[in-house]
Ligand binder design. Structure first.
Ligand code: IVH
Length: 665
């Protein structure tokens, strides 16, 4: 049996490799007949020993043909983001909170490392084999991009080394080197395709390709810097983890340094600021992390950020260039934004030819004129902006710019409401708004309808077939055939993609509606809170304001959106068109421990504290490190700490490990 199992492993790994050569690199090493022989042998062995069949066996799935959508992948431990510090004082304040949180007696060692500007992913290795990879998504649920990640040469199919863990979730950043990014954009320009705004967008765009061959043609790298759930190895600190990852053949982030004091942190920051210009990849700051994992555990996390880490950002980069012209763009919500067309200039390794001027008040205040030399700024992940003019370089030919009184797209009236800085086109069927809205609606994080590109949207709007997003669900194949570049097959694909999108869950639909200030995270919070779209429509302003994580401004725009009869009509039509408004599955609230809060103290004999916490979360419960009246159970292992006495004081129920195992069985 053991020998069979080894042979099966061997065959699977060979077949996976050849799938990769064939489907992704387009460069097979063996003939079809040879490949078929491997497959046949594997099938026969699996038929004889069905207990050895695993869901990831190549017999259980096809190679990697392009897929229509990405499957959702819930993260067993949420992928958090990081809080930011922009100066030394903010770093000091964070450090004070850390020290306070740990009790002043602990000495806290930190690790400083570069903050990469790419796309966060999680890789899962089972028994040493790379089985799954996903994007961060909204932190709770990501997208399955396994086959795309397989095209990245830094990601080994098998772990190597002496101590391969049974199960490993490892996290890091997929990024594109600056040189590769410029090369890609040159190619995109030659082919008349869309340019990427920065290396981060290029990395994310390349990773989220439905056809892995496209990803394979882009040059991506990965640096790993964190782990999720692990079984079969014990890791006590960040530095030990990075070392262990390297020993497993994984590419752990480089330039990580231990810092004993904030002085050392600031030295590291200054050193990296200088080095930054020479690095092949984009770094937008440093990340500071408490080194020891037990201390991290003690500190815990806030809703979206751990308390044990912080990003200390670099100042944005600036350059001087000339404004050639000023365009006015109309956004999804009708907002008119002045955008400067620039003489192309390189800012921190990236060429910029457009930058936002925000709004007319800012332009007037800064006195920015057409033809001016200006300072432009690029901060890692935001759109480049014009900071200020350089009046000393004026020749007298510069001209003041006036915002148009009518919409540059539909010529409708443009208004500026009381208290708002922006002018807005009031025509809700303004093609610019409709176009952008539909584009947003169909985009990946939203309804994810493949093939609905700007050209198609334009044509459909022109023909009056699309007045708002709900019209998508009433399109007929015959209406599509005959449009430019639209044959029977592509029309069918679009109809199929629209059909598939009817299944999207409420959270995505809320996001897709494009309500001002409602991003993916807020959409998820609303979906979880209200459960159905009707409940959300009925929500009173106070109810919205009462939700944790939703501020008054967001509550206001959400409320206003659903008060609008036109918008409610759109929801009705979406339903009529077949959109199911599937309720979201609460990642952390499905199981039998739904809503039950656990805290642990002391040592458990059958599993580590991490494992116990994961178990609780998998069953829908909450596991936290701080005890309060809201805690349902304190699980006391051997040698419990001071929490035991506190639990008794607070009246929190204390249970032992045996009882815990019964509860979680
Ligand atoms: S640690 C819970 N380390 O920055 C902490 N993140 O702004 C998990 N990032 O979502 C993140 N470089 O995508 C960590 N050295 C680094 C990083 C890093 C870049 C990204 C990561 C995260 C985002 C937060």
């Amino acid at each position: 049996m053991k020998e069979v199992s080894i042979r099966i492993q061997e065959l699977r790994s060979q077949i996976n490799y050849h799938n990769y050569r064939y489907y992704i690199l387009d460069d097979p090493e063996i003939s079809d007949a040879q490949y078929d022989r491997l497959m046949r042998e594997l099938r026969e062995l699996e038929k004889e020993y069905p207990s050895l069949i695993t869901s990831d066996s190549p017999t259980q799935r096809a190679g990697a043909p392009p897929s229509k959508t990405f499957d959702p992948v819930p993260h067993t431990i949420p992928m958090l983001s990081l809080g930011n510090a922009f100066d030394r004082d903010e770093v000091k304040e964070w450090m004070e909170r850390v020290v306070r949180g740990l009790g002043a007696t602990e000495k806290v060692g930190l690790v400083a490392e570069p903050k990469l500007d790419g796309c966060a992913v999680e890789l899962v290795y089972e028994g040493g084999l790379f089985v799954r990879g996903s994007t961060r998504g909204d932190g709770a649920v990501g997208e399955d991009v396994t086959w795309n990640l397989k095209t990245i040469k830094d990601i080994p199919t098998w772990l190597s080394g002496k101590h391969v863990p049974n199960y490993l979730e490892v996290r890091g950043e997929v990024y594109m080197e600056l040189g590769k990014f410029e090369q890609l954009n040159r190619k995109q320009a030659e082919r008349g395709e869309k340019l990427f705004a920065n290396p981060r967008n290029a990395a994310a765009g390349s990773l989220r390709q439905l056809d892995p061959k496209v990803t394979a043609s882009r040059s991506l790298n990965i640096f790993l810097y964190d782990v999720g759930q692990i079984r079969g190895i014990e890791l006590e600190s960040h530095l030990k983890m990075l070392k262990a990852l390297n020993e497993l053949g994984l590419r752990a982030i480089g330039r990580a340094e231990f810092c004993e004091s904030l002085e050392e942190v600031f030295e590291y920051y200054d050193k990296l600021t200088e080095e930054r210009e020479k690095l092949a990849f984009e770094v937008d700051g440093i990340v500071l992390k408490v080194n020891r994992f037990d201390l991290r555990q003690k500190l815990g996390a806030r809703t979206r950020e751990p308390r044990w880490a912080i990003a200390y950002k670099f100042p944005p980069r600036e350059e001087a260039t000339k404004i050639i012209d000023i365009d006015v763009q109309v956004g999804r919500t009708g907002t008119l934004t002045p955008v400067a067309k620039l003489q192309p200039v390189r800012v921190g390794g990236v060429t910029i030819s457009r930058a936002t001027l925000h709004n007319e008040d800012q332009m007037a205040e800064k006195d920015i004129r057409m033809g001016d030399y200006v300072i432009v700024r690029r901060a890692g992940d935001v759109i480049p902006e014009v900071v200020k003019p350089i009046p000393g370089r004026r020749t007298g030919k510069e001209r003041k710019f006036k915002m148009p009184r009518t919409c540059p797209v539909c010529s409708a009236e443009v208004i500026r409401s009381e208290g708002e800085v922006a002018r807005r086109c009031i025509n809700i069927s303004c093609p610019a708004q409709v176009e952008r809205w539909i584009k947003h609606f169909a985009s990946r994080g939203a309804m994810d309808i493949e093939g609905i590109g700007p050209k198609l949207i334009d044509q459909l709007i022109e023909r009056g077939l699309l007045k708002n997003v709900s019209d998508l669900y009433f399109l007929k194949k015959e209406q599509l055939i005959g449009l430019q570049r639209m044959a029977e097959k592509s029309a069918q694909n679009i109809i199929d993609a629209i059909e598939a999108s009817k299944d999207r869950n409420l959270s995505r639909i809320i996001y897709a509606l494009g309500i001002r200030h409602v991003g993916e995270h807020v959409a998820r919070v609303l979906a979880e809170e209200f459960g159905t779209v009707d409940a959300l429509i009925r929500a009173k302003l106070e109810e919205l304001e009462g939700i944790h994580e939703i501020g008054p401004i967001v509550a206001g725009t959400v409320h206003e959106f659903f008060r609008n009869e036109g918008n409610r009509e759109i929801i009705r039509r979406l339903k009529e068109g077949g959109v199911k408004f599937r309720p979201v599955e609460k990642v952390a609230a499905r199981g039998k421990l739904s809503g039950v809060a656990f805290v642990f103290t002391g040592t458990l004999s059958s599993m580590s504290r991490d494992e116990a916490q994961v178990r609780v979360k998998e069953l829908g419960g909450k596991a936290s490190s701080s005890l309060s009246r809201k805690t349902d159970y304190l699980v006391a292992g051997t040698e419990p700490g001071s929490k035991l006495a506190r639990a008794k004081k607070l009246g929190v129920k204390v249970i032992n490990e045996k009882k815990f195992l019964e509860l979680t069985e």
